[in-house]
Ligand binder design. Sequence first.
Ligand code: SF4
Length: 480
Amino acid sequence: MTIDIDKFIGILEKEVQNYQVPVVDLIAVQTKDPFKVLVATILSARTKDEVTAEASGRLFAKAGSPEELAELDEASLQKIIYPVGFYKNKAKYLAALPGKLAADFGSKVPDSMESLLSLPGVGRKTANLVLAQAFGIPAICVDTHVHRIMNIWGYFDTKTPEQTEMALRDKLPDKYWISVNSLLVAFGQGTCRPVAPHCDRCVLADDCPRIGVTPRKLKQKNVNGDVLRLVSWNVNGLRAVYKKGFMESLQEMAPDVLALQEIKAMVEQLPDALQKLKGYHSYFYSAERKGYSGVATYSKEKAQSVIRGIGDARFDEEGRVLTLEFPTYYFINCYFPNSKHDLSRLDFKHDFNVMLQNFAEDLAKTKSVVVCGDYNVAHKEIDLANPKQNRKNAGFTPEECAWMDSFTDAGWVDSFRSINKEPEQYSWWSYRSRARDRNIGWRIDYFCVDQNSRKKIVDAEIYQHIYGSDHCPVVLDFIK
Ligand code: SF4
C-alpha cells in the first residue's frame, strides 16, 4: 500500500494547528536569530520541549549572543541548563561554541551543512534543523519522530534516521522539506506517540497502514462507572518531576487514584498546584528528614479514612506507607525500603516487608486491598535485564526475592504478571549508561491485590513512554 503523501501532509497541516509548536520552531519564529536557534536545538536533543523552553529562557537571559556566552564557564552553564538531557556534555559544547564561531566564522552562525557540522555538539539533525528554521534553506531534519512515522506510513522501509533523510531527499517533494520536521514532531508528540499511539482519535486512521504499530488499548468500556484507573509512580522528587511535564502526563494517564513515591518534599515545599491538585483530594505522608522518601496520594473520590504509617516509628519516620479507605477497598501506597548497595539495610527492609504484609492482611479481612508502589525488588529473572549479574545486588538478592515469593504464595496477586508474561517489561532504569534507551531495566513497581480481589483486575500496564523520573508509572484498571 502506498500512501498519498500530499493528502497526508495536507490533513496534518490543518490538524497540528492546534497542537503545541515544537520549541525550536517557536524560538525561530520569535527571535529570527540563528544563534538562539542553534543553541536551543543543541539543548533540545533527548529533552522534553517544556524543559528545553525553560532552559533556553534561563540561558538567553544571561547569554543572548556568542560574546555573552563566552563569559560563562562550563560549570555555570551546567547549572543554568540543568535538567536538560546530557546537560554536562551540552554545557561542554556550549562553552566551546563561542571560540569556534569566533575563530572560523566571524562569531556568526554559518549557513552551510559542512560548516555547521564542524561546530561542537552539532550533528546532521541539528544542522538540518538550523538550516531550515534559522535560514529557511531547504533541508530535511530527520529526528526519531520523522523516521518512525515515515516508516509507520510505509513511505519507505529504512533502518536509521540517516537512511530516512537520504530516502526523503529522493522522494519527498521539495515544498515539504522545511516543514516536515515541525509537522511530524508536533504530530508525534500529540497523537502518533512512540508508544501506544492514539490511532483511536487519529485523523489519518482510515488511510494509515500502521506498519509495526501496537495501538493504544482503550480503557475497557466502563458503562457502570465501576472501573477505576489506578496509577502508581515513583517520581524521584515531586518538585523535579513537576518541572518535567508532570501535569501533561497526569492529563494523559487520567487516573482516578494516583499514588506517588519518593516525593522528597514537605507539603509546604510543594507548589500550590501540587498541594491541592485540581480535581483531586490530596493526601501526603512526608518523611521527617527533609528531601527524603515520602509518599502522596491523589484521589478523585474523598477517602472515608486515612491511615498514615504502619505503627512502627523506624519505618513511619521515613514516610513510607499511606493508606486510604474507600467504601469497597483499601488503597495502600507504599515505598518499600531499598536494601542499599552494601546490603546494610537488608534486615531493615525484611522487617518492614513482614510488617507491611501483616498490616495489609488485617485490612483484607474486611474489604479488598490494593498494595501499590515501589517494592524495590525484581521478583523473578524475567523482571530484570541482567538477572545473572545482579543476583547479589540490592533489589534482586535471594533474600528479597524469597520475601516476594512468600508474599505471592500467601495469595497476593501481582496484577501485571497475572495478565502479561512478556519479558523486557520494566519500570525502572539506572540513569547511567543510557540504560533506559537500551531498555536495560528492572520491574520493581507493582500493583498487588488480595487473592479475593483477583477477579476485579481488568487490565494492568506499564507506561514506559512516560518520562520525568528514573521510574515510569504502572497502572491497574480495577473494579471498585
Ligand atoms: S493511525 Fe495510528 S499509527 Fe497511523 S498515523 Fe495515526 S496514530 Fe500514527
